[in-house]
Design a protein around this ligand. Structure first.
Ligand code: GAL
Length: 327
């Protein structure tokens, strides 16, 4: 029951919204805006089948990108689809036969717009682009502007990170996932700039999640094994562009060598808490993708090293200190 969830995060358990339906927000992200958390993710509430081309990729038709809202991170209200599939147009990036993954949303404080970035692809993953959509309000709906291969590069798993100075960066697995590319976005967040870097050259990393703590930048990523779990890795850099020093596997506890049977998607700071970050992972169920689960765990810094310990259940009291300044 939805009530069981009240008060505790239970990584890997079914997670119901406040109306009692399983949350459909896979490969997601959190946006904190005006006192409310918004959780965006893939709605995978469709029938599983193998892709018609290669015949071995498990997929569901695109339904759209969901949004949920909450003030406590535990109890979520379904705000509906903020970007919807377009079944009537087979050419559309948003046609159900396509791929729509890993949505990430930023608020641009210069334009006041909310900008949504997402991996758009064909079922064979050869289209490899970033789709961009905008809205005047966090919970949408978002107007789809189209997709790009950023600076001519193929882009599959991706994320964005907004720095304290308002600059935003796009991180994406490129060169058929062999190398991660980083591109600074323009002021509006609508176009790539020429400021670029690469990371983990030939390292085959995907599922990137970037956060900043005490002036240092961290990136969590996975290896490339599709829906199957593998070992996470975390790296640190003095700037959002690098250069990255690999620190190793941040996960600790049973199943840590395969990221607790899950894959990274996002890391975010908890509002009003000092040094409090939550790492979001997806526990994919490739045979029934709609039943993929969420694994949210606290990130702790031990001797300045980021660690993600397994917890059967936990709550925000693991983050002891409250921020002095609430800004
Ligand atoms: C994973 C990727 C997911 C999805 C999946 C498809 O490696 O992180 O977002 O694309 O492959 O098999």
């Amino acid at each position: 029951m939805a009530q069981d969830r009240v008060g505790m995060f239970r990584p890997g358990d079914p997670w119901l919204d406040i109306a009692g339906s399983p949350i459909q927000a896979h490969g997601g992200c959190i946006l904190y805006d005006n006192g409310t958390y918004y959780w965006f993710g893939e709605n995978k509430d469709g029938e599983n089948y193998l892709d018609p081309g290669k015949g071995f990729l498990h997929r569901v038709d695109v339904i759209g990108i969901s949004c949920y809202s909450s003030t406590d991170l535990l109890n979520w209200k379904n705000e509906g689809l903020v970007l919807q599939a377009e079944p009537e147009n087979p050419e559309s990036d948003l046609h159900p036969s396509k791929v729509l993954e890993r949505p990430k949303v930023l608020r641009n404080h210069t334009t006041g717009k909310y900008v949504l970035f997402t991996h758009v692809d064909t079922a064979d993953y050869e289209y490899a682009r970033v789709g961009i959509a905008v809205s005047n309000t966090p919970a949408g709906r978002y107007e789809y502007l189209g997709s790009v291969q950023p600076n001519g590069k193929d882009s599959r798993d991706m994320t964005v990170f907004q720095d304290d100075d308002g600059a935003a960066y796009l991180y994406f697995s490129s060169e058929w996932n062999k190398t991660l590319h980083i591109i600074k976005l323009d002021e509006e967040y609508l176009h790539p700039t020429e400021v670029e870097a690469t990371a983990f050259v030939n390292g085959s990393r995907e599922a990137p999640a970037v956060f900043k703590r005490n002036g240092k930048y961290y990136i969590v990523s996975s290896g490339c094994t599709g829906w199957d779990p593998n070992q996470a890795e975390i790296a640190v850099a003095p700037s959002p562009l690098g250069s990255w020093e690999v620190l190793g596997n941040p996960c600790v506890g049973p199943g840590a060598e395969i990221t607790f049977h899950a894959q990274s998607t996002f890391v975010f700071p908890v509002a009003y808490k000092e040094d409090a970050f939550i790492a979001m992972f997806d526990r994919w169920n490739k045979h029934n993708l709609r039943d993929s689960r969420y694994v949210w765990l606290p990130v702790k810094f031990e001797d300045d090293q980021p660690k993600i310990h397994w917890h059967d259940d936990w709550d925000l009291s693991v983050f002891s200190r409250r921020k002095q300044d609430s800004s």
